[in-house]
Design a binder for this molecule. Structure first.
Ligand SMILES: *Cc1c(COP(=O)(O)O)cnc(C)c1O
Length: 379
């Protein structure tokens, strides 16, 4: 690690490959995996992630932004890229050049795209109870009829994103039940698209019966969500392996600096270290003094408030702490370790919230553990 880095995150791409393999082993070979790489692959870097997943055998990708579509296309030539609702017809040149599959959520949406005169690959999105994007089930037959009359539109798929979070999780079967009769109606008309897809991370874990033609997990691929009820327990691990920053200033506080400001946790003769990371890198601005980092394997409390590029810690109890030391916000330091669930709780969010809340300015270091399987076999 070059000393000039003051803060970075460590990404273990091999975790993503192994999480993908765990999903693949669970769903079998008849169901396609559309790897959802939105938000720069949940903060792990869309291009590199697309490259390892493409290599591992992912069938297709899902993104929202043009930036992510560009990154994925660079790494995964020839694989389908589904763009979830977001981009509009003014992006038609990119859709054509990158060979993207667009989402259609209604007649107005379709009309806008048709006005471009460009042949389009389409997945129709239906809203089964998430109350977000997607055509209402009552309007799906009409929209499918309309698509069928348009020579420029190839409906390759029909998909939904279920509302699966918190209490809504229990209503997943009821959400799916809104789709079943519509699929039968489409089949009877000979208009059933080739790919029906409803399952992302939560339903993959809790509803194996929702697998269908394809699934589009995101969080699960990055080890950000885990099974709790035992329907499918997958041996996933987090791709975000560590968040670290260096000590860029260190001193014992003294009255000659003036009256101490009202710093939570401040005490006389505090040995204070400053880390080269701040809310500009995605650390929450409102952390309190119950949060800590690891320095030389020891817990050092954070001394709020957090600054744009800097974070104070109290190293009074870590006398060995030295200028330039690595401090660990997430990950291992000697025998101690701050896990992702622990950090998420301190940051008042969930694991996806941590991974996707880090800013682009926090550099990614690839710490792919290629040697790990061999080491585990004792080689
Ligand atoms: C985010 C998203 C996913 C992936 O969801 P996870 O819960 O991260 O698996 C799948 N499909 C759509 C449409 C999404 O927006």
């Amino acid at each position: 690690m070059p000393f000039r880095e003051t803060a970075w995150r460590e990404i273990d791409l091999s975790a993503i490959t192994s999480n993908y393999r765990a999903i693949r082993a669970a769903i079998g070979s008849d169901t396609k995996v559309f790897a959802c790489l939105k938000q720069d692959a949940y903060g792990c870097g869309a291009e590199k992630v697309a490259s390892v997943l493409s290599e591992a055998g992912a069938d297709a990708f899902g993104v929202v932004s043009i930036a992510d579509a560009l990154a994925v296309r660079k790494a995964a030539a020839g694989k389908p890229i589904l763009v979830y609702p977001g981009i509009g017809p003014n992006a038609v040149d990119l859709v054509r050049n990158l060979d993207l599959t667009i989402s259609i959520s209604g007649e107005e949406d379709l009309a806008g795209w048709l006005a471009t005169g460009t042949p389009l690959k389409v997945f129709v999105k239906v809203d089964l109870g998430f109350w977000r994007a997607g055509v209402a089930p009552s309007d799906l037959p009409g929209l499918m009829d309309l698509c069928a009359t348009e020579g420029n539109v190839a409906v390759d798929g029909l998909y939904a994103h279920l509302n699966e979070f918190g209490d809504a999780g229990s209503s997943a079967p009821a959400q799916l039940a809104r789709l079943t009769p519509l699929l039968e109606e489409l089949r009877a008309k000979g208009r059933l698209p080739g790919t029906i897809m409803v399952s992302s991370s939560e339903s993959l874990l809790h509803h194996p019966e929702f697998d269908m033609d394809a699934v589009d997990p995101g969080a699960l691929l990055f080890g950000l969500t885990r099974s709790r009820d035992g329907r499918r327990i997958l041996p996933t691990r987090p791709a975000l392996a560590a968040i670290k920053a260096r000590i860029v200033a260190l001193k014992t506080c003294h009255d000659s600096m003036g009256a101490p400001p009202g710093l939570p946790g401040y005490h006389a003769a505090m040995r204070m270290a400053v880390l080269g990371i701040g809310w500009g890198h995605g650390v929450p601005r409102d952390l309190d003094s119950s949060a800590s980092v690891l320095v030389r394997g020891q817990r050092a409390p954070i001394v709020p408030p957090i600054h744009l590029e800097h974070l104070r810690i109290d190293v009074t109890n870590v006398p060995e702490a030295a200028f330039g030391d690595e401090a660990v916000l997430l990950g291992s330091s000697c025998a101690d370790r701050i896990t992702l669930p622990e950090l998420a709780s301190a940051w008042n969010t969930d694991e996806t919230g941590v991974a996707c809340g880090l800013r682009e300015s926090l550099r990614r270091i690839d710490v792919t553990q290629q040697s790990r399987p061999n080491q585990q076999e004792g080689e």
